[in-house]
Design a protein around this ligand. Structure first.
Ligand SMILES: *Cc1c(COP(=O)(O)O)cnc(C)c1O
Length: 121
């Protein structure tokens, strides 16, 4: 991604959720949370991180990789996240016999933008 001009920071969100704020920049567009993490099962406080990120800039998208928890145990949209991602290849499918993913949103405009990209790309 660096070759395409995308900068990134890696932050330990499980130890200190407020550490995320120190890494936010005026150019930050996405905060990506994986919780529980694969493979160490570390947890991040989605609600606290979403709150501090959106206080910094409401336009920053908080994306949660919810693959390990599944939608059965955790709903990040209810905790303030903007986008939820699942690898459906794993628990949701159960057999690793398909490679599939899904995004969940509660924003119609963002949904239309992503749907266009899915279709066009
Ligand atoms: C495996 C995994 C992915 C990627 O899933 P694929 O369907 O294999 O692309 C993404 N996030 C987490 C947390 C995973 O464990």
């Amino acid at each position: 991604m660096a070759q395409m001009g995308v900068e990134s920071s890696f932050v330990d969100m499980s130890t200190d959720p407020s550490a995320v704020v120190k890494h936010l920049r005026p150019t930050t567009r996405v905060v990506w949370i994986e919780t529980p993490t694969n493979p160490l099962l570390k947890l991040a406080d989605i609600k606290q991180i979403s709150t501090v990120v959106h206080q910094f800039d409401p336009k920053i998208l908080v994306v949660v990789d919810n693959t390990f928890a599944t939608a059965y145990f955790q709903n990040p949209l209810e905790l303030g996240a903007d986008v939820v991602l699942h690898s459906l290849t794993k628990y949701m499918n159960g057999h690793s016999d398909v490679v599939m993913g899904a995004l969940m949103l509660n924003n119609e405009e963002l949904y239309k933008q992503l749907f266009f990209l899915q279709y066009a790309m």
